[in-house]
Design a protein around this ligand. Structure first.
Ligand code: MTE
Ligand code: MO
Length: 252
């Protein structure tokens, strides 16, 4: 945040820019203080920059998504995005993901890959959080897995690293800033409500990012890549969701 205070930024209109002048001023401030999301150049770029920058200013990076108790768990959990039908995925399914491995590559000290059994030997974390889809529905469930920060601690992260990119077995992909990737609720989950993930809910491993909309929580994970820029991935907007017209940063 440098020398500028939260209050100054809010007063200058970043969090509540009313008119065009306010938007332009806010965009300049956002740029000056490095609060630019990768999809800022799109049609909705100024709005995305404002949402992102104002959230980053009013939400301390350590703030936690609400966690619920077991009796809050929803009886129905809708699905968005069915299991992949690619040969690669169907082959892994053949032996119940015994041969599946999660690759961690890019700007890490020790590029690695982990089987499910190896991941399950790491410290286990369960959390009961709300999953909110941009389409207007939500459900509460308990997800169990290992914190992404645990895995990145094992692989080590290069000092130039800025983003973590998640590639699944379907066409979806997304990325998080390193800070969000290392957040104490960002989970690599292999189970939902006490059972291994069903195919539709993301088997064998999915991401859970409870402070952002559901589309950031990439299912059917295959590869995780640590990078210093998102510009050379896909259209350079940081996610399949941004390419489809949604915001890259989807804080709730
Ligand atoms: N790989 C992949 N991940 C994905 C999707 C997808 O289609 N493919 N859909 C996203 C969307 S829009 C939502 S709301 C959630 C849905 O998770 P669920 O099916 O477990 O409810 O997964 C997200 N992650
Ligand atoms: Mo969604």
């Amino acid at each position: 945040m440098g020398t500028i205070t939260r209050r100054t930024l809010i007063r200058s209109g970043l969090a509540a820019a009313a008119g065009v002048g306010g938007v332009a001023a806010a965009a300049r401030l956002a740029e000056r203080y490095g609060l630019i999301p990768p999809d800022s150049g799109t049609l909705y770029g100024i709005g995305e920059t404002l949402t992102y920058a104002s959230h980053r200013i009013v939400t301390p990076s350590a703030s936690l998504a609400r966690e619920f108790s077991r009796r809050d768990i929803s009886s129905v959990a809708p699905v968005n995005g069915p299991a992949p039908e690619s040969d690669a995925y169907l082959q892994l399914l053949d032996d119940d993901f015994e041969r599946w491995r999660l690759a961690i590559e890019g700007l890490v000290t020790r590029p690695s890959s982990f089987s499910l059994a190896e991941l399950k030997r790491l410290p286990v974390r369960s959390q009961i959080t709300m999953h909110t889809c941009e389409e207007g529905w939500s459900f509460i469930a308990e997800w169990t897995g290992v914190l992404l920060s645990e895995v990145l601690t094992i692989t080590g992260v290069n000092a130039r690293a800025r983003y973590v990119v998640f590639f699944p077995y379907d066409q979806w992909w997304d990325s998080l800033e390193l800070e969000e990737a290392l957040h104490p609720q960002t989970l690599l989950a292999w189970s939902m409500n006490g059972h291994d993930l069903s195919l539709d809910h993301g088997a064998p491993l999915r991401l859970r990012v409870p402070r952002q909309l559901g589309y950031k929580s990439v299912k059917f994970l295959s590869r995780i890549r640590v990078v210093d820029t998102l510009e050379d991935i896909g259209q350079g907007l940081g996610s399949a969701s941004a390419e489809a017209g949604y915001a890259w940063y989807a804080g709730i």
